[in-house]
Design a protein around this ligand. Sequence first.
Ligand code: GLY
Length: 313
Amino acid sequence: MMHTNPHVNPVIVASENGRAGATVAMELLRRGGCAIDAAELAARVTEDDPQEHSVGFSGLPNLLGQVELDASLMNGRTLETGAVAGVQDYGNVISLARAVMDELPHVLLVGRGAERFAGEMGQKPADQRTFASLDFWRTRFTETGLELTGAELRHIVTRLTLPLHLEDRVPHGTVNYLVRDAHGDLASAVSTSGHAWKYPGRVGDSPIIGAGNYCDNRYGAVACTGTGELAIRVSTARSLILYLKMGMSLEEAGQECLAEIVQLKPRVGQYMNFVAMTPDGQHRGFSTMAGKKYLYYTGEMAEPSLGERETRR
Ligand code: GLY
């Protein structure tokens, strides 16, 4: 939907891998496009990028070598939301989440039902795996002689994939977009292929509204990347919004959410990042790990910039 008479400076806040999507979405916002359309468009651009192995097409597969995608978006003006999880053979899961929001009286579809709905919405099925996304899986999980369909599968998740994450050989991923349009409306979008080499059917925080994504025009928008199990356990996205509602500053609210995650005593290799924006366009990035960055882009800037994420004080 296009607005006329824009009067607020548009803002996009994203995870560090959001540059290409933010650039295209800002063009839409400058033409008067609305926040929810811009958030969906930005995530689609990332999903279509074959070099991005944590989102959409060419995402890293699960333990069985299947790409399973999750996504959600939320409209801060209406509090409407849509989400999908565990989707195979359809790459633009953010648009599928949008269709759930717009076309169904539901908010979350999973697996076969979501794939059926994608077909009904006119999406064409296509293999989302590429040589690059399968390459490491093939060498690590097939040449080691592991029996991937046996009862040992659940043990492999702990014995092999967590150590691989520790070696930092897994591209940690997911993309976040928080958008404020020229009318001051907010929207958020999250898309991911999830935890690389996850147990089949594992769903993280990205499609769970309140955990990996939340947005409310009155208070702000939040989205997460990292080990989704942590954000699910303490409802990070909705909690941060609630702390803002109760009167905390953006910094205080983010620090409180970091403290809640640290109190879970994450396993070695588990971590959480989140980005947040208030209705007046203030933004911050947070992480349980030092040295992490996030991306921001306002209507007055010539191109997106990176900011440091705050860690726990
Ligand atoms: N944060 C993405 C996931 O855990 O699946």
